[in-house]
Write a protein that binds this ligand. Structure first.
Ligand code: CP
Length: 305
C-alpha cells in the first residue's frame, strides 16, 4: 500500500482494501513485534464525539508498540479561541507521525490533508465519508459471510446523512456486490453518491420496504438515523423509529444472514436480536482494532517487516 492520506473509500482500490484486510487477518493470528512501532506517535484530533473510532485507534497504536497523543475534548482545545483547522493540523503534524481526524464538516479531512505531509486518516467528516469504518465492515463481512464476492447486501436506515453508508457503498461497488438501499424517501442516498455509484457501475436498487428484499440478503447493514445532522428537529421526528428490526423481523431472513451496524444504535435493532445467530455488530466493533492496526502498520512503514 503506497498511499499517504486515507480520506474517502472512493480512493481505495480493491487491491488496497484486500492488502489491509489480509494484514489484519495476519495481525489477529500473529500480533506483530511491538519494537517496530515503538517510536511512532499517533495524534487523535476529534472535533466530534466518538467511542469506537477514538478508542480503537488508540488501542491499535498502543498494541503496535507506539503511543497516542490525544487533542482531548474540542472545548479544551484552541479551536475555542478561533484557531482554524488548517493551523491546528499544521501544528499537530510536528508532534506526531500520523494524524486521525474526525470533524463535523463534510470535506474537512480532504481540506486538512492539503496542509500536512504525515498520513492523515479521515475518521468521519460530517455526512461525508468514514473509510476506516468501511475497512472493518468489509473485514467483518469477509469473516462472517465467508468472502466478499457475490454478496447481496441490504443497507437500511439513514442513507442521506450516514457517512458509513456512503463509504461502504463505494467499497462494495469495487467488489461488484448487489446493493439494496432501504430507507424512507426523505433519507435516500444523496444525489452525488447515487451518481458516483451509477458512474462506477454499481448494481443497486432502492426500496422503502425491507420486506421486499430481506429474504435475499447475505448481509443486512442497519444504521442509526443521524439526529445530529438534521437541520430541523421536526424532520427527524417524522422518521425516528421507522426501520426498526427485531428478532421477529429476522424470521423472514435467511438463517445465515449477517446483521451488522456501525454503532452506536438507538432503537433500530431491538435488544432481542443480540442473542440471535444473526447479530455481528459487537464483533464488528471489535474488529476495529486489528483493522486499524493493519492500516497504521502499512501507513507508518509501508508494511515492511
Ligand atoms: N462507528 C463509529 O464511528 O462509532 P463512534 O462514533 O463511536 O466512533
Amino acid at each position: 500500500m503506497d498511499r499517504n492520506h486515507v480520506i474517502s473509500a472512493k480512493d481505495l482500490s480493491r487491491a488496497d482494501i484486500e492488502t489491509v484486510l489480509d494484514r489484519a487477518t495476519e495481525i489477529k493470528r500473529d500480533p506483530p513485534c511491538r519494537e517496530r512501532h515503538v517510536d511512532d506517535l499517533l495524534a487523535l484530533c476529534f472535533f466530534e464525539p466518538s467511542t469506537r473510532t477514538h478508542m480503537s485507534f488508540e488501542t491499535a497504536i498502543k498494541r503496535l508498540g507506539g503511543d497516542a497523543l490525544d487533542m482531548g475534548p474540542v472545548e479544551a482545545s484552541s479551536a475555542t479561541k478561533g484557531e482554524s483547522l488548517a493551523d491546528t493540523v499544521r501544528v499537530v503534524e510536528g508532534y506526531a507521525d500520523a494524524l486521525v481526524l474526525r470533524h463535523p464538516s463534510e470535506g474537512a479531512a480532504m481540506m486538512a490533508s492539503e496542509f500536512v505531509d504525515v498520513p492523515l486518516i479521515n475518521a468521519g467528516d460530517g455526512a461525508g465519508q468514514h473509510p476506516t469504518q468501511t475497512l472493518l465492515d468489509l473485514y467483518t463481512m469477509r469473516e462472517a459471510a465467508g468472502g466478499l464476492t457475490d454478496l447481496t447486501v441490504g443497507i437500511m436506515g439513514d442513507l442521506k446523512y450516514g457517512r458509513t453508508v456512503h463509504s461502504l457503498a463505494y467499497a462494495l461497488t469495487k467488489f461488484d456486490a448487489r446493493q439494496h438501499f432501504v430507507s424512507p424517501e426523505s433519507l435516500s442516498l444523496p444525489r452525488s453518491v447515487r451518481y458516483d455509484l451509477h458512474e462506477s457501475g454499481a448494481r443497486l436498487k432502492e426500496h422503502t420496504d425491507l420486506d421486499a428484499v430481506l429474504a435475499e440478503l447475505d448481509v443486512l447493514y442497519v444504521t442509526r438515523i443521524q439526529r445530529e445532522r438534521f437541520p430541523d428537529e421536526n424532520e427527524y421526528r417524522q422518521v425516528a423509529g421507522e426501520y426498526r428490526i427485531d428478532a421477529a423481523t429476522l424470521e423472514q431472513a435467511r438463517d445465515d444472514c449477517v446483521v451488522m451496524h456501525p454503532l452506536p444504535r438507538v432503537d433500530e435493532i431491538a435488544p432481542d436480536v443480540d442473542a440471535t445467530e444473526h447479530a455481528n455488530y459487537f464483533a464488528q466493533a471489535h474488529n476495529g482494532v486489528p483493522v486499524r492496526m493493519a492500516l497504521l502498520d502499512l501507513l507508518l512503514d509501508g508494511g515492511e517487516r
